[in-house]
Ligand binder design. Structure first.
Ligand code: NAD
Ligand code: UD1
Length: 336
């Protein structure tokens, strides 16, 4: 039996493939390569010494999905495929709703036709909006998203929940990621953003490597210890392990489950700059800029539920996250 990993050539997907192969799973990847390079999968093979099968295709394409489910003996799907740029989603809402929502509906419908009813879905802490509690537990009510990308996550959580409620043969795990950073400790795999990065860590590593001049810190007047925004950064290898643990949960057939995947610790933007400097010895020039629209002050998890029910917790600390992000950037300045 194999695991189908949609979006498996991407940042989190490729690291998860490594951990799945290391755990002995057979892995099939479906990815349209709209935001990834197939080279990431060569690195997965190189790092694990194991093979995985790759289908270049789109989750909107029913024919390729049918072909995959007819050809392969799939037990569960880990569904990473999706568009994820917040700013782009504001400019292209139709494309985001179509790709993420229609794509997932098509995938789930084909899964049902082939009687594969186990799915792990990549959700995000963004579904909490401006969170009603800190640290955020899974019981925290979902909030207002500030962009179409966030809404696709919130809506897809609802859709998958309704599908599971209507047919209890479905096992659905919704994983709410906090802020994934870091890279495979080998420096062979990592995040490969297109153009100028929107997220903090890729921006910092590109300043460190000399591609960008200085970091702009978006606001230093938040109600936090140093005025800059606080987030729950999590190493991508820990995140990948969370999926392996969630698969064991799926195999036990437990209906609908929701987990935060975070470390439970919040770091401010300045904390990240300082830890990056400590981990790498490289100074990061920065200036303070206005707040970014849609940003919130503080967002970090309570990760107790995943520990209790999945036996999962984050192991990598902030210095290792900075070290591995930098390792990847400096050995692959142009990405894959
Ligand atoms: P990524 O862009 O690196 O990976 C997504 C992959 O999906 C890419 O390889 C892309 O080519 C593929 N893809 C997109 N649309 C597709 C389609 N229609 N058919 C087939 N393949 C398609 O992103 P990532 O950071 O690895 O994120 C993976 C998932 O986790 C996404 O769903 C994302 O929204 C979610 N997520 C990411 C973060 C983050 O900070 N990186 C945080 C929370 C949630
Ligand atoms: C962003 C997305 C969120 C998504 C998450 C992971 C927004 C509003 N939210 O979250 O939906 O799930 O990425 O992909 O875009 N910062 C700077 N300078 C920069 C970049 C960021 O100061 O150049 C600050 C931000 O203001 C924030 C922190 O760094 O306080 C982290 O930002 P980022 O990495 O973009 O993640 P989020 O905003 O948490």
């Amino acid at each position: 039996m194999a695991i189908l990993v949609t979006g498996g050539a991407g940042f989190i997907g490729s690291h998860t493939c490594v951990q799945l192969l290391n755990a002995g799973y057979e892995v099939i990847v479906l990815d349209n390569l709209s935001n990834a390079s197939e080279k990431s999968l060569d690195r997965v093979r190189e790092l694990t010494g194991k093979n995985l099968k790759f289908y270049k295709g789109d989750i909107l394409d029913r024919d390729i999905l049918n072909k995959v489910f007819e050809t392969e003996d799939i037990s569960s799907v880990i569904h990473f495929a999706g568009l994820k740029s917040v700013g782009e989603s504001v400019k292209k809402p139709l494309e985001y709703y179509d790709n993420n929502i229609t794509g997932t509906l098509t995938l789930v419908d084909v899964m049902r036709q082939h009687n594969v009813k186990n799915i792990i879905f990549s959700s995000s802490a963004t579904v909490y909006g401006d969170p009603a509690e800190i640290p955020i537990t899974e019981k925290c009510p979902k909030g207002q998203c500030t962009n179409p990308y966030g809404w696709t996550k919130s809506m897809l959580e609802q859709i998958l929940t309704d599908i599971q409620h209507a047919d209890n043969e479905w096992n659905v795990v919704l994983l709410r990621y906090f802020n994934p950073i870091g890279a495979h400790p080998s420096g062979r795999m990592g995040e490969n953003p297109n153009g100028i990065p929107n997220n903090l860590m890729p921006y910092i590593t590109q300043v460190a490597v000399g591609k960008l001049k200085e970091l702009s810190i978006f606001g230093d007047d938040y109600d936090t210890t140093d005025g800059t925004g606080v987030r729950d950064y999590i190493h991508v290898m820990d995140l990948a392990d969370g999926h392996v643990k969630a698969l064991s949960k799926l195999a036990k057939g437990t209906g609908l489950s929701i987990y935060n995947l975070g470390t439970g610790t919040g770091y401010s933007v300045l904390d990240i700059v300082h830890n990056f400097e400590r981990a790498t010895g490289i100074k990061i020039p920065y200036k303070v800029a206005p707040r970014r629209a849609g940003d919130i002050a503080v967002c970090y998890s309570n990760a107790d539920k995943a520990k209790k029910e999945l036996g999962w917790e984050a192991n990598y600390g902030i210095l290792e996250m900075c070290r591995d992000s930098w390792n990847w950037q400096k050995s692959n300045p142009e990405g894959y």
